[in-house]
Design a protein. Structure first.
Length: 229
């Protein structure tokens, strides 16, 4: 045995005296492991050991069954799934849904202009006096055709009271009026026989008969601030 080892030792020398070349560790012929380790230790040679590690990834899915009433977990199952099945829910979670833009709708304002186009109308006036308004028909109160009690004022909610033909100007409409050198806002609350027979006339409620007579017939124009109620 010693003779065999002695015969191959020159081949295991790290340097060849004849050629002066370095002998690589992986070129050392195989010898018994004990003798090889002694040789490597003696000459301070560290062998290069290649280790290849293969890792197998197993994807699993856990399914939990919950009692609808008690909310307690009844059963749990674990099963193998493919990589594609594993990544599908993840990709879905990564996709962020773009929030929908919510357009705020401004509340309808009473003073919002419906149309800036002015229309020409013929204006007359009628009295607020009880005798002219035939107040006995309304238990002593002056009530408009739309049922509004205007006994104490020729204004309703700050608007001048107008008598109109409702088939032309809907009841409840708020109008911007320019007539007799005045500009104001009026509300269509009333009507009358003379107004119903005309499509281009508006009657303005005034304080008394003298004012109505003085007003006479005027040409003016109106535009809608609000159409109808």
């Amino acid at each position: 045995m010693l003779g065999v080892i002695a015969g191959i030792l020159p081949l295991l020398m790290p340097f060849s005296a004849d050629q002066g070349e370095c002998i690589r560790v992986n070129e050392i012929p195989p010898i018994p492991s004990v003798a090889r380790e002694e040789y490597l230790t003696e000459y301070g040679i560290t062998p290069i050991i290649k280790t290849e590690v293969k890792e197998k990834v197993v994807y699993k899915e856990r399914v939990m069954y919950v009692d609808r009433d008690t909310k307690e977990t009844v059963k749990t199952e674990v099963k193998d799934i493919s990589k594609k099945e594993y990544e599908a829910p993840k990709k879905k979670a990564d996709v962020k849904e773009t929030p929908k833009q919510v357009t705020k709708t401004e509340p309808k304002k009473e003073e919002q202009t419906v149309s800036k186009q002015y229309q020409n109308y013929e204006f007359t006036a009628y009295s607020h006096e009880p005798s002219e308004a035939q107040s006995h028909r309304y238990n002593g109160k002056i009530v408009t055709a739309t049922g509004k009690d205007v006994t104490d004022s020729i204004y309703y909610q700050g608007y001048r009271i107008l008598a109109v033909n409702p088939s032309v100007i809907p009841y409840g409409s708020i109008l911007s009026v320019s007539v007799n050198g005045q500009s104001f806002k009026g509300i269509a609350l009333d009507t009358g026989g003379a107004i119903m027979s005309r499509s281009n006339r508006i009657d303005l409620m005034v304080t008394d008969t003298n004012e109505a007579m003085t007003f006479g017939v005027q040409q003016g124009n109106v535009s809608y601030v609000r159409k109808g109620w």
